[in-house]
Design a binder for this molecule. Sequence first.
Ligand code: TA6
Length: 323
Amino acid sequence: MITARNDSLYLGLNKNNYKHISMELLNEKFALKTGKNHLCFTKGKGGIPIIDIKNKYATAIISLQGAHVLSWIPEGEEEVIWLSEDASFKSGKSIRGGIPICWPWFGGHKTIKHFPAHGFARTTLWEMICTEALDDGRTRVTFTTQPQADNDDMWPPETTVQYQVTIGKKLEMELVTHNNGSEPIIIGQALHSYFNVGDVSKVLLHGLDDTDYLDKLENFRLKVQHGPVYINEEVDRIYVDTVRECVIEDKTLKRNIIINKCGSRSTVVWNPWIETANKMGDLGEEGYKKMLCVESSNAAEDVVTIEPGKGHHLWVQYQIQKN
Ligand code: TA6
């Protein structure tokens, strides 16, 4: 678990324009080359700085825009994270796929309609705090971000946020929000993970049986889940009051993706299916068939109130099991 720190090694990055970010400086300060643990910075599509990670357990790619995990491939496995072939890599535009961080609200902003859906964390530049080659061979990267000109008016007052990604045989992420002010703050959030599946119509999502959910497609009408979740049409649901492990049973890739979480009592399940996918325009040719979002969140009534001087940790862990 990470504690709130203020000594972010801020590199004086030019936050609005990636062109001026020095890969040399980032590699000088944060690159790793310890045994089989390698980490380096390169310029990805659209000039967005990305972090390439390889260790004895897995490879991963993380974009500095949004601290956005774009890929995680455990040794001997197929890609676990889906990324659209038509994702736009433009600064300030959300990347379709990967693990977007929705923060400090989920969905539309409650009161200010022109604020961006899912908050601003996924489209803003994050800064490096540290990179670590752990003794057990895993790689750990810790990020933070600060108010910027284009989101200063949306930040919860006197709040800091850190994000830690640990890459190994399992993928672990922890999003920590700290209230340094004198008033309580309310945070909505999600790790909006797009999982790579062989054929979403042949997938079963276990772990939500008998759980209530809000069906966004029917104006958030409250319903109850019976049995595993099938995907053979558009699905957009916020499962409420659930802390259980979820399992994506992928009959095509003959594997299960096991999802565990702490600090969240809501799980969002989304697949746009054909019509909505075509309207969105950045899911690629039939991309909807190859992805399923299962999002560990603090959404709907599960938003968190953080008292002055306190913090909230949202932690998730993914692992693969062959079946
Ligand atoms: O998490 C599900 C959802 O809220 C859907 O309603 C859909 O809007 C999806 O997120 C994608 O949102 P985005 O803003 O990334 O296009």
